[in-house]
Design a protein around this ligand. Structure first.
Ligand code: SF4
Length: 261
């Protein structure tokens, strides 16, 4: 009997103290699948890119200018008022989608007065292919009323006044001031935000940070068109997914660690 107990204890302790089998040396040296890649990516992310020199910024915009001396926005409009309406309608929508709806709308209503005559229900019908169209139709009518009541039916020329209009924010004011009145403003949409951050030209956590950063580094002589160059660059070259770094005009200057050239 005593013999049996001894042999049971021995067997339990042998299980507890059995040394864990070590993986072969070669296997221990191999990183876990994907770990090496992830570590490399994380390291890249934590390295702050070197800021652009003023010569590099000049060079980049000089190349943009040579490639496209007179860049144009893609939102169709007939005058400052229709530009304002188009920008208000473009929130969370594509320029192409907005143009499709506004071609017919602006043919019948290209002033605040005509828009009010048309009325909210009909405006809604014209723009129903655009996201958030119910709210946007309300805003178009309300901003038209305010333009007539407070600004003599004209689009005002200051940022604060434009921002006071229903549906218009800082980006709208910047686009209108730049495109309708030739001011050196920088409207930051999703494309400009991405390009500013990726390239390292003006990194920022918010559109306002990127806007102010870009205004600080871009030489005055490029500011009238800088907004369009950056939008077009983001829309057609520095795409959100799969940026076309191989054909990018500024690929040697870009600071993005993940650029593909
Ligand atoms: S190199 Fe690539 S990531 Fe950098 S700006 Fe050009 S397209 Fe964008």
């Amino acid at each position: 009997m005593a013999k049996i107990i001894r042999s049971q204890r021995a067997s339990t302790s042998s299980v507890r103290s059995a040394p864990k089998k070590k993986p072969a040396k070669a296997a221990r040296l191999l990183p876990k699948r994907g770990a090496k890649k992830a570590a490399k990516k994380a390291a890249k992310r934590t390295v702050k890119p070197k800021p652009w020199t003023s010569e590099e910024v000049y060079e980049a915009f000089d190349r943009f200018r040579k490639a496209n001396p007179e860049p144009k926005g893609e939102l169709e409009h007939l005058n400052p008022y229709t530009l304002l309406v188009a920008v208000v309608l473009s929130a969370q929508a594509t320029d192409a989608g907005v143009n499709k709806a506004t071609r017919a709308l602006f043919a019948v209503a290209d002033t605040p007065e005509k828009m009010l005559e048309l009325g909210e229900d009909r405006v809604r019908d014209y723009i129903k292919t655009i996201g958030l169209y119910r709210n946007k139709a309300k805003n178009v009518i309300a901003l038209s009323q305010k333009l007539i009541a407070e600004f003599g039916g004209e689009v005002p020329r200051t940022r604060a006044e434009i921002e006071s209009l229903p549906g218009a924010g800082r980006k709208t004011a910047n686009v209108v001031l730049n495109m309708a009145f030739g001011e050196h403003t920088m409207a930051v949409d999703t494309h400009v935000f991405r390009v500013g951050n990726r390239t390292g030209l003006a990194p920022g956590k918010t559109p306002l940070e990127v806007e102010l950063g870009l205004e600080k580094v871009i030489p005055t002589e490029f500011m009238l068109h800088a907004h369009h160059w950056l939008i077009l660059h983001g829309r057609y070259t520095c795409l959100a997914r799969g940026p076309r770094c191989d054909v990018c005009l500024i690929n040697d200057l870009c600071r993005w660690p993940e650029k593909t050239v």
